[in-house]
Design a protein around this ligand. Sequence first.
Ligand code: HEM
Length: 282
Amino acid sequence: MSQQAQPLPEAAEPEAPHLDFAGTTPYEDYVQADVLTHLQHTLSDDPGEMVFLVTTQVMELWFTVIVHEWETAANALRSDDVPTAVAALKRSVRELEALNASWRPLGQLTPAQFNSYRSALGDGSGFQSAMYRRMEFLLGEKSASMLVPHRGAPRVHAELEKALHQPCLYDEVVHLLARRGHAIPASVLDRDVALRYEACAAVEAAWAEIYSGDQNAELARLGEALSDVAELVWRWRNDHLVATRRAMGAKTGTGGSAGVAWLEKRARKNVFPELWTARSHV
Ligand code: HEM
């Protein structure tokens, strides 16, 4: 007996999104997109300035997320919660990749294109970014003089001052190494945390020991997460340096520095120095 083909039941029309809201949409209440997309106050008539401003704003947002992750990691390390710290550091690695990818629209600016709006920027420079400074502070690149530009902005100044006097992410790492039995001298453990972290032979020896042991041990995995962070910060600095060299050659910066020559010196600074030098001893 031949089987009669049964028609499939008509698929129900999918429910459409809600349209009626008494006030602003719940999306707007959460994201504040109306605020965010009305913060693009360009200073020139040049159509290329918009992407310069928005890229800078996008980078500020990524700096904010990354500071949040590294503070989460530092707090977790303080309470010996290494898995939470590694998870936050790994999230920050993906975020650093996204941050670095946002150089793409600015990476090939020619001097003529940059000149079209450069003078409108006046003395404004990324050097004055407080959130970038908090990133550098968390990495151990502390300097009280970096607070000076922010004297006129009380909230920003207070946040930076607090960050200056707090142990950096790497201080928390080194304290953890000591609690896990590595011989870290008191001069490192009790250092003045408001000063730049200086590399130390005993910390290098601790990392060499960790890297010579079980590759899956908790501290080895922490070391690799920190190395990923350090590498991507180095890449941000170098992408910035190359973009600057393409856009303005050896001219002085809008922030008053020697420009490329100053940035070259900054880019040479090692992030978590002993994590790199220890590799020669494994
Ligand atoms: C291609 C466009 C850019 C050029 C030509 C440029 C140029 C410069 C120069 C010359 C400096 C040294 C300080 C000065 O004298 O101004 C500097 C510093 C800096 N810029 Fe840029 N910049 C560009 C894009 C950006 C963007 C999009 C950001 C994102 C926020 C940024 C963030 C920074 C930061 C954070 C510093 C300080 C670095 C440190 O303290 O080591 N720059 N920039």
